[in-house]
Design a protein around this ligand. Structure first.
Ligand code: MN
Length: 236
């Protein structure tokens, strides 16, 4: 059986010589490969026609983590901590997210990805959690492999079926979070302080979003099951 082609969205950054590059952290690539997919990167510098052509050839899309989305897309509150806003990336991901929803193409949205998912479908974000959300939890940690807080997954959800358990231990590397949730999304996971950590789109073949970084926690079988379910759904 041919392995499914999984498109992964990318960041733009200058390399050490000041030259622009597109990239993605190896953990995303490895997680897709480990789950049985073939990763292919989606640069955000493509013209629309070529972007659509590339999109048409992938069986699933992984919306990866990264910098903040421009507040202009959700009438967000400006904040000095907003960082790494990238217009070409915003446009690419917001456009592709809507397409995956319309087309029923499987996708997994991680960290910035779940925020793109919410904004693309009409939701809003906290633009800096410590100043806008009442919590004693530190959601913006430095270590990708350190467990930061638990997440409770609703029993009545597809993610609960996928994980096979409802209490997860996750990392947390986000200073923004979901505020008003898009009406089409179902919230299925929370941190103990009430922060939204997981959403899914009912009536879609596979549309899952998580606020933590499962690609850094693949030593946990439960996180590997998430990537496996995504790649398997893309195979169909
Ligand atoms: Mn968190």
């Amino acid at each position: 059986m041919t392995k499914p082609l999984i498109g992964i969205t990318t960041f733009n950054r200058n390399n050490d010589y000041g030259r622009p590059m597109s990239g993605v952290q190896h953990t995303y690539i490895r997680a897709v490969v480990q789950a049985g997919g073939i990763p292919i990167l989606i640069p955000s510098i493509l013209e629309e026609e070529d972007r659509n052509d590339l999109y048409a050839r992938v069986q699933g899309v992984l919306f990866s983590g990264g910098g903040d989305i421009s507040i202009k897309y959700f009438q967000g509150e400006d904040h000095p901590k907003i960082a790494e806003v990238d217009d070409s990336r915003d446009i690419t991901e917001l456009t592709l997210l809507k397409k995956t929803v319309e087309d029923g193409k499987p996708f997994l949205a991680i960290c910035r990805g779940v925020q793109v998912m919410n904004v693309a479908l009409g939701g809003t974000l906290y633009t800096h959690i410590p100043d806008q959300f009442n919590t004693t939890l530190e959601h913006s940690q430095d270590e990708f492999t350190t467990i930061a807080h638990p997440v409770n997954i609703d029993e009545d959800s597809r993610l609960a079926e996928i994980f096979g358990e409802t209490l997860l231990n996750v990392n947390s590397l986000h200073h923004q979070g979901l505020k008003d949730v898009a009406s089409s999304l179902k919230v299925v996971g929370h941190a103990p302080d009430g922060m939204i950590e997981a959403v899914e789109l009912p009536d879609h073949p596979y549309a899952m979003g998580v606020q933590w970084h499962p690609e850094w926690l693949t030593d946990q079988p439960v996180m590997r099951r998430l990537f496996k379910s995504f790649v398997d759904a893309s195979q169909k």
